[in-house]
Design a protein around this ligand. Structure first.
Ligand code: 26V
Length: 808
């Protein structure tokens, strides 16, 4: 441990001094806001000092640096994380109590940095933490959006989006680095000129934007290493201010250039994808790529000079999905146009440096840009992409008609569009999926042709999550219990959780687990009461589905189960259920009508069920608004059933499944994404699997013999009734009926096979909740889950990337 304070007294003295320096007031006279900012600054100053010591060391030892390019880093709050990693959380918590406040009171003052949409962005944040833990010189490269992901409110059951002005107050962890700003050019013309008998290219004219970096320290557990997340803000160059217009009194015009420049880093696009075509998004992608590459090369030159052949030895560039796909072309541009390398030399360097992760198989999520948008905005880059595409095409024997399919599928430019996934693959030496099944689907279906051409590029890296945040921090009572048996080693090495297997027959331990879960459920029940007004019973089963809303994740299937249970409780006097609280949380993209209707349905069912005294002693439905990292930590730790019910083959990996597993929730899921690996590791008897498998889904879709009306007609009493209730008055009281959901199921033939999997799902749920009656057996299952969750620590994932892709 790196002791950043001598002892509690030392901490208190320094903290008081910081409060005084910041506010001019004594600690006692300050509110929680000022107290939080002073505490954060005290910690951040220490972190920055260690970071600069590390920098020197890396420079001296010539350690390879890994740069992780991602448009999203969903980091959430950091204070608690910093304290845990510096090993001072308990000490600070005690000290604050002595000083008349609490850590919790200060923590909630921190903005929850929502610079990401969901799984992909949170994965990037987990990687920052784990790479630091593994001692890798690892740098996040991203965007500093002025507005993070929208805040969600629920009005009449509907999702309403509000701007997330997270920078309203200062952000204490960041430091602005204007001296490292980079000029980025949009538009202009690509012109050639002769130099030393060679044809060279440069861009004339265009709009020059300044990318200004802000650095956020990333503290490793143990506090010895501090890495950096670098996020870029777009600013105008001074010459964008139109003094003539200002002098004419036309202030809007005077500032127009400024506003246009700043717009680039104003908002995070809130759809998980599908923003293709929006020019601002393309500007974001180029800005953070160009600025990032520039700053990498600057550091390289300072340390190793201009022997660019050495770049792949000292630098790895990883591209998180296709958003940074321009890394390859931009690196080509700089190496050729600015450093004077020949194409082949530059290409060799690029393809040895860049690697790529794909995160989805959904065709509608694969990024494509109209050439008519791309080319005028980035003329020189387009030329380079065109040349990459041409050379790639020429590597085929193009006269053979059998190659035509291959040709079309692997084309980088096709049908008037730039295909970012194909560009990413061609520019990378490694392409990976995020769970075994997902990687298999990439190889055999989505990127089949590329796999045939270059099988050696393809590999799997099953996702992971940081167990220090999602178990240690999120679940203090369980962590304490775990530590009391196996010591603290599991914080460093999650595989040590395996030692918990020794306690599967220790009744006292199993009962202590139940007590810990109960404590977390009470904590969540209080939060639910505060945020929704709904009172839930902590002795009911907490059944949890929390994630972004998408048709393929099938929150609809889950709420159909609740509707069915409700109907049966009303109609069938012999039907009984284990008292359960069905908990949902998550956001839908603003423009994703179907997903938003499912949210409205859940809230409408909640409204009816929770106020129906005939059933509300046994079932309750809760939609927790504004799902984000901070409330996720309360939810995961209180969960008993983990709903992972996507249509098989659609969820690339999932990561909430891992977080919930660690916290001892039992997976109720399909054989999809990382659920398969969870089932294998925990043991089939410790999870509950249902539904069609991926090959069955593919075969059924291909056969053309799935008809949702057949499902409806085969069970009019239960399933048919739920479908009908979408459009009768049963759940319409809050804000109307659900015709579009019914149309999706019946007229659109139920694309996601909700009706098909309905019976096996409800039955699986009934069997699982039946098992809840035996407390010891249930907690034994839970324990097997926690004990085998070490594999899903992102520490393991990062080690695999390090050893097999980055070679750092
Ligand atoms: C985006 C869109 C947008 C258009 C409508 C359909 C759709 C579907 C999916 C996406 C997701 C884009 C990428 C993404 O966030 N993937 C998630 O990455 C996680 C980390 O690897 C993984 O655990 C999730 O399974 C995967 O969905």
């Amino acid at each position: 441990m790196n002791q950043i304070f001598k002892d509690k007294q030392d901490f208190i003295t320094q903290y008081r001094a910081m409060v005084r320096a910041n506010t001019g007031k004594e600690f006692e006279l300050c509110g929680s806001h000022d107290r939080f900012y002073a505490l954060a600054e005290l910690i951040a100053t220490r972190a920055r000092r260690i970071a600069s010591e590390n920098e020197l060391e890396i420079e001296n030892t010539g350690q390879k640096r890994v740069y992780y390019f991602s448009l999203e880093f969903l980091i959430g709050r950091l204070l608690d994380n910093y304290l845990l990693n510096f090993g001072i959380r308990d000490m600070v918590s005690d000290a604050l109590k002595e000083m008349g406040t609490t850590l919790e009171e200060l923590e909630i003052r921190e903005p929850d940095a929502a610079l990401g949409n969901g799984g992909l962005g949170r994965l990037a944040a987990c990687f920052l933490a784990s790479a630091a833990h593994e001692g890798i010189a690892f740098y996040g490269n991203g965007m500093r959006y002025e507005y993070g992901l929208f805040k969600q409110e629920i009005v009449d059951g509907r999702q309403v989006e509000l701007a997330d002005n997270w920078l309203k107050h200062d952000y204490p962890w960041e430091s602005r680095r204007p001296e490292s700003a980079v000029e980025v050019v949009f538009g202009g013309t690509s012109v050639s000129y002769e130099k030393d008998g060679r044809t060279m290219w440069r861009i004339d004219g265009g709009q020059k934007i300044l990318a200004v970096p802000y650095d956020i320290p990333v503290v490793a557990y143990g506090g010895k290493l501090v890495n950096k997340l670098r996020v870029w803000k777009a600013e105008p160059n001074e010459d964008l201010f139109d003094l003539d217009a200002f002098n004419r009194g036309d202030y809007a015009q005077a500032n127009a250039g400024r506003a246009e420049a700043e717009a680039i880093s104003t908002i995070l696009y809130p759809a998980d994808a599908g923003e293709h075509g929006k020019i601002l998004r393309l500007k974001q992608e180029y800005l953070f790529v160009a600025a990032g590459i520039n700053s990498i090369l600057r550091t390289f030159r300072k340390e190793h000079g201009s022997d660019w052949k050495l770049l792949p030895e000292y630098v790895a560039i990883h591209t998180n999905d296709t958003h940074p796909a321009m890394c390859g072309p931009e690196l080509m541009r700089v190496l050729m146009d600015e450093e004077g390398l020949e194409w082949d030399e530059a290409w060799d360097i690029v393809t040895k440096t860049v690697s790529f992760t794909n995160h989805t198989v959904l065709p509608e999520a694969l990024e494509k840009w109209p050439i008519t948008t791309f080319k005028p905005l980035l003329p020189r880059l387009y030329q380079i992409i065109d040349e990459i595409a041409r050379r790639f095409r020429e590597s085929f024997p193009s006269d053979n008609p059998e190659w035509r399919e291959m040709f079309q599928k692997t084309a980088i430019l096709w049908d008037g569009e730039v295909r970012m996934a194909n560009l990413s693959i061609v520019c990378s030496h490694s392409v990976n999926g995020v769970a075994e099944l997902h990687t298999k689907i990439l190889k055999e279906q989505v990127f089949k042709e590329f796999y045939e051409l270059t099988p050696e590029k393809f590999n799997n890296k099953t996702n992971g999550v940081t167990h220090r945040r999602f178990l240690a921090e999120a679940n203090p009572s369980y962590s304490k219990l775990i530590t009391s048996k196996i010591g603290t080693g599991w914080l460093d090495d999650a595989m040590e959780l395996k030692k918990l297997e020794d306690y599967v027959d220790d009744e006292d331990f199993l009962l202590a687990m139940a007590a810990s879960k109960r404590e977390n459920k009470e904590r969540l029940a209080r939060y639910i009461k505060e945020t929704t007004g709904i009172v839930v019973d902590p002795s009911s089963v907490f059944d949890v589905q929390v994630k972004r809303f998408h048709a393929y994740k099938r929150q609809l299937l889950n709420i159909f189960k609740v509707m069915d249970i409700y109907n049966r409780l009303l109609d069938d006097p012999d039907f009984t259920v284990r008292p359960t609280t069905f908990i949902f949380s998550g956001k839908a993209a603003q423009s994703y009508y179907f997903a938003k209707e499912v949210i409205r349905l859940i809230n409408s069912v909640a409204d009816v069920v929770n106020s129906d005294e005939r059933v509300n002693d046994r079932i309750k439905v809760v939609f927790i608004p504004n799902f984000r990292v901070s409330n996720a930590q309360l939810i995961y730790s209180a969960a008993e059933i983990s709903e992972q019910i996507s249509t098989a083959g659609q969820e690339a990996s999932g990561t909430s499944n891992m977080k919930l597993m660690m916290n001892g929730a039992i997976t109720l899921g399909t054989l999809d994404g990382a659920n398969i690996e969870i089932a294998d590791l925990a043991g089939r008897e410790n999870v509950k699997i249902f539904g069609l498998t991926e090959p069955e889904v593919v075969a059924l879709q291909k056969s053309g013999h799935y008809f949702s009306w057949d499902e409806y007609n085969a069970d009019r009493d239960r399933l048919g009734r739920c479908v009908d209730e979408l459009t009768d008055s049963t759940f319409s009281r809050l804000s109307g009926t659900f015709d579009s959901i019914r149309r999706e199921l019946m007229d659109n033939n139920d694309h996601d096979l909700v009706l098909k999997d309905f019976h096996s799902y409800v039955q699986a749920w009934e069997e699982l909740t039946e098992a809840y009656g035996d407390t010891l057996a249930w907690n034994r299952m839970a324990l097997h889950n926690t004990a085998n969750s070490g594999h899903f620590s992102s520490d393991r994932t990062i080690r695999e990337y390090r050893d097999e892709i980055w070679h750092a």
